[in-house]
Unconditional design. Structure first.
Length: 547
């Protein structure tokens, strides 16, 4: 039901040739549509996921020994597994600020698509990526790190879960861990100066107001918007007689949060935090919420979601098209990869673009990303003779087959370095894109696979699945349609790749590597991140399962 409601919201359900105009936007004029038309097709194949140092090209092993790159240490986390993967197509570039801004601004006859609760119900419930619980680490008052279980099973959509996650984090910083809420100077019994309410009460009251103000994106109920609130939250909301008290609550909590985060921040980042250069998501959200409330100070007025949940590093919800450029040579803001969006916001973009183009788009799984990054485009397996497998065909670095420099040339020019250096000059950035591109041998390339940031991928992750443990399960599906032979004549064990969708695993795998840590830029590098958060060095691209 969610999917049908979602697709009914947006025009252009047919093919590219029949996409009509909707609201103030013409689908045919969207630059994001061109990204879909420009996707690269990879046929069905059998390839090696992960790897080990003894399975790579001898030239790479010699380089590793000469430069002491530590590639083998990184590969240990992804042991080699032969997998069968169905055909798919992948975007040549990461989704950009300009393309994401189109999604943020898109309107139809019912209003702004981004603000609709149907969209956020769809990506949370219908797609099966919802989070029931999460074991989150927090620093207790005595300085020890403890894990506390956060519950999200009662949340109807992503926005409600996101607001709940902010409440949890602010609670830990503002009040301490739940077992510490016993009152006293720093506990829930501590009163705000000049106010007759405890910190715990103030926090719960403010978040009742936040849920009420964001009701358009949280609740599907009609009427006054109170359907999104519990009985307790309705009573708390009733304490506000005017928006002035709410603004006082926000100011007080933000001030105390800054003090609390200041005690926890790494000493190397202390100055950046004090200068406001280090973004802290709960603080950012509350500050944006306060601005939106001041823009329409009526207590009953709803706050549109796009005013508080646009990418975290954007200064305004309209982006930074007019930001300062160095002698006019900087990379245009609209062409830079979007970062700071959570996993669910990336899914929402995919759902929106799917409805606009009539193409089934989603985030790539681990195997699709690594296939595009590292393996030649080959003919699909046939029913004839056996398929000969050779792990040495794999590229550990997307650019290793054409890079004019020593591999080490790029190791210090990744991640944040790109924004701090290359993006000052559009030509230098273009050259870097070409030098590090994954070339496919037919004149086409795939860009930004490594070194431009981590990428959201759609596999869940847990500590029990660190080294592809699921392939050890005897129930995991095997691929037997074609005999697969390794060098030496041995029959290879090949698995049909199934993305990890275990609902007990709340973390999501990232691919790529923006960090200069032993073996940076390896196509097999994996990492995990909490999906309800946006990160300054995480972007994404989309895939189509078949074209």
């Amino acid at each position: 039901m969610y999917a049908s409601a979602l697709y009914a919201r947006c025009a252009g359900r047919g093919t590219f040739a029949t996409m009509p105009e909707a609201g103030t936007n013409s689908a045919s004029n969207l630059r994001s549509v061109e990204s879909v038309r420009d996707m690269i097709m990879f046929p069905e194949t059998v390839f090696m996921l992960g790897g080990s140092l003894d399975r790579v090209d001898e030239r790479i092993r010699d380089l590793d020994a000469k430069k002491r790159l530590g590639i083998g240490n990184v590969l240990d986390a992804t042991p080699p597994v032969w997998v069968h993967l169905d055909a798919f197509s992948i975007m040549r570039k990461m989704v950009t600020n300009g393309e994401y801004l189109e999604f943020l601004s898109y309107e139809d006859e019912e209003g702004r698509f981004y603000d609709s609760n149907e969209l956020w119900r769809h990506v949370w419930a219908e797609l099966g990526f919802h989070v029931d619980t999460a074991q989150m680490p927090y620093r207790a008052a005595d300085g020890t790190v403890r894990y506390y279980e956060e519950m999200y099973s009662a949340c109807a959509n992503f926005i409600e879960a996101y607001v709940q996650s902010l409440f949890h984090e602010i609670q830990y910083v503002f009040l301490g861990l739940p077992e510490e809420h016993s009152g006293g100077a720093d506990g829930s019994g501590a009163m705000r100066p000049g106010a007759g309410a405890t910190r715990d009460h103030i926090l719960k009251r403010l978040f009742a107001l936040i849920k009420f103000k964001l009701r358009g994106a949280i609740s599907s109920g009609e009427g006054d918007g109170l359907a999104a609130l519990t009985d307790e939250e309705r009573d708390l909301l009733g304490e506000y007689k005017g928006i002035e008290t709410a603004n006082e609550d926000v100011e007080f909590i933000v001030k105390e949060l800054r003090r609390g985060y200041g005690r926890q921040v790494d000493h190397r980042l202390e100055q950046a935090f004090k200068k406001g250069q280090l973004a802290v998501e709960p603080v950012l959200f509350l500050e944006r919420f306060a601005l939106a409330v001041r823009a329409d100070p009526k207590l009953e007025s709803a706050v549109p979601l796009h005013l508080v949940l646009y990418p975290r590093r954007w200064k305004t919800s309209q982006g930074q098209s007019q930001r300062r450029r160095l002698l006019g040579t900087a990379v245009p803001w609209e062409d830079c990869p979007v970062t700071g969006v959570s996993f669910f916001e990336a899914l929402a973009y995919a759902a929106w673009l799917s409805s606009v183009t009539g193409t089934n788009l989603t985030l790539p799984n681990e195997a699709q990303f690594e296939r595009a990054s590292s393996w030649p485009i080959e003919d699909p397996p046939s029913g004839g003779g056996p398929l000969r497998l050779d792990s040495r065909k794999k590229l550990l670095f997307p650019w290793q087959d054409h890079c004019p420099h020593d591999f080490n040339f790029f190791f210090a020019r990744e991640g944040f370095e790109i924004e701090g250096y290359y993006q000052k000059n559009a030509e230098a950035y273009r050259q870097l894109m070409e030098q590090t591109a994954r070339r496919l041998g037919d004149g086409r390339s795939i860009y930004q696979l490594q070194g431009f940031g981590w990428h959201w991928t759609s596999d869940r992750y847990s500590e029990t699945e660190r080294k592809y443990n699921r392939f050890d399960d005897p129930e995991y599906p095997r691929y037997t349609a074609v005999p697969c032979i390794e060098p030496g004549g041995a029959r290879a064990k090949v698995y049909h790749y199934v993305p990890n969708r275990n609902p007990k695993d709340s973390f999501i795998v990232l691919r790529g590597s923006p960090d200069v840590l032993g073996g940076p830029g390896l196509t097999t590098r994996r990492y995990a991140a909490y999906p309800l958060r946006g990160y300054v060095n995480v972007g994404y691209r989309l895939v189509c399962q078949a074209r």
